[in-house]
Design a binder for this molecule. Structure first.
Ligand code: EPS
Length: 390
């Protein structure tokens, strides 16, 4: 039993669709929780004009009745309000007269190689699907995955660690309560001074026609030890998480825990020593450099995943490129765009991590009804003598 997440739709097409297949029946969903995550993904200092047009809401088209899953695929749809302005250019059916083609690929985007690979002459045929607008559909599916995880005692959060060269101070003490107000920060950063500096940096670089990248962190609490497996490469949970994070548009690097830092440390400073205390729920660690994963399996410590995002490739002062119709030098396509989407990418990161974790619970515990999953989890916890750390 595994979970599958499929999205369909183009940035300026009629709608985005998400199908999440493999959930048990009987799971309670809340419309507000799904729409709240969609709204959180639209936030963040540095977003462009498009976010004033869109008010993302998910319509449930299948798999749910009276607020409970039925066990079949769950289908969610988010209408693109901007489609009203693109109806000719993005109509699924032929329009007359023909719409002019776009021939100016942006360095850093899928534009050039996409047209080569798919044998297309119009860059729009690639960029519409490559656009990060698609992540709205992932977030809708991720919100459903989060509901499943919450039913099993797991919560997933994110925050921004860095925007260009402005970094927040390191925090090793984060609990779920620390994330209560993270969305109040315009850059979704937990540190007030760093928030101010990040906002100023976005304003400074935006005025200079630049875009900005950065680093977000996703943390998951309440995970039972033993999700994933060491036995074969494709079952290692760190690999599955890395794939999910790097699949987010503009993500170029991923780290689990102190993944980057431990490469420069001696072994005695790189691992998390093992202790045991009945009162603390059994085995525990004083540190979590491994980010909650050892041997491709969860350890029971919080999962810590960082994603690094490159600056967005659509620039208001375009880079040099080539016209793919004439092969003459030209400036890359200039489109309305965001200058910084690291805060939004953190919300997408939550969705992708939630999906991979929900899938890991499905693989390990199976079950056709949510109560079957809970019973299997309870039996396993009993067998290994594990209580969720407080
Ligand atoms: C994007 C370009 C911008 C972003 C878009 C991603 O859209 P537009 O071209 O309509 O101004 O706003 O992101 C979203 C619409 C979204 O919902 O995140 C791109 O080229 O990737």
């Amino acid at each position: 039993m595994s979970l599958r997440l499929t999205t369909a739709g183009e940035s300026h097409g009629p709608a985005l669709t998400c199908v999440l297949e493999g959930l048990p029946a009987g799971l309670v969903l809340e419309r507000e929780a799904i729409d709240r995550d969609l709204a959180r993904r639209q936030l963040g200092h540095g977003r462009g004009g498009r976010m004033k047009i869109e008010h993302d809401r998910a319509e449930l088209l299948g798999g749910v009745r009276h607020g409970r899953t039925l066990g079949g695929p769950v289908a969610l749809q988010i209408r693109n309000r901007d489609y009203a302005n693109w109806e000719e250019r993005m109509n699924p059916w032929p329009v007359a007269p023909d719409v002019p083609e776009v021939h100016l690929p942006r360095p850093g985007h899928a534009d050039l190689v996409g047209t080569q690979k798919y044998g297309l002459s119009d860059v729009r045929d690639i960029l519409e699907r490559a656009s990060a607008r698609e992540t709205a559909a992932r977030v809708a599916g991720g919100a459903v995955a989060k509901a499943f995880l919450r039913a099993l005692g797991v919560e997933v959060f994110s925050h921004v660690l860095q925007i260009t060269s402005v970094a927040a101070p390191r925090r090793d003490d984060l609990t779920p309560a620390a994330f209560a107000d993270v969305d109040e920060s315009p850059v979704r950063c937990l540190d007030a001074d760093a928030t101010r500096a990040m906002v100023a940096e976005i304003d400074r670089l935006r005025k200079a026609n630049e875009s900005l990248g950065g680093v977000f962190e996703v943390r998951a609490f309440g995970l039972v030890p033993g999700l994933g497996s060491h036995v074969s490469w494709e079952e290692r949970l760190d690999g599955r998480i890395a794939q999910a994070i790097l699949s987010i548009q503009a993500l170029k690097a991923v780290a689990i825990g102190d993944g980057h830092e431990v490469a420069g440390l001696p072994g005695s400073e790189a691992h998390d020593e093992i202790f045991y205390d009945e009162a603390r729920g059994g085995y525990y660690r004083e540190t979590n450099r491994a980010g909650g994963l050892e041997g491709g399996m969860t350890t029971g410590e919080p999962l810590v995943v960082r994603g690094s995002m490159k600056p967005l490739p659509t620039l208001t002062k375009p880079l040099r490129s080539v016209d793919i119709a004439t092969h003459e030098p030209a400036e890359a396509l200039r489109e309305r765009t965001d200058s910084c989407t690291v805060p939004a990418a953190g919300v997408v990161g939550e969705a992708m991590v939630a999906f991979v974790l929900a899938d890991a619970y499905r693989r390990k515990f199976g079950g056709d009804h949510i109560d079957d999953v809970r019973a299997a989890l309870a039996a396993y916890r009993e067998r290994i003598g594990w209580r969720a750390p407080r």
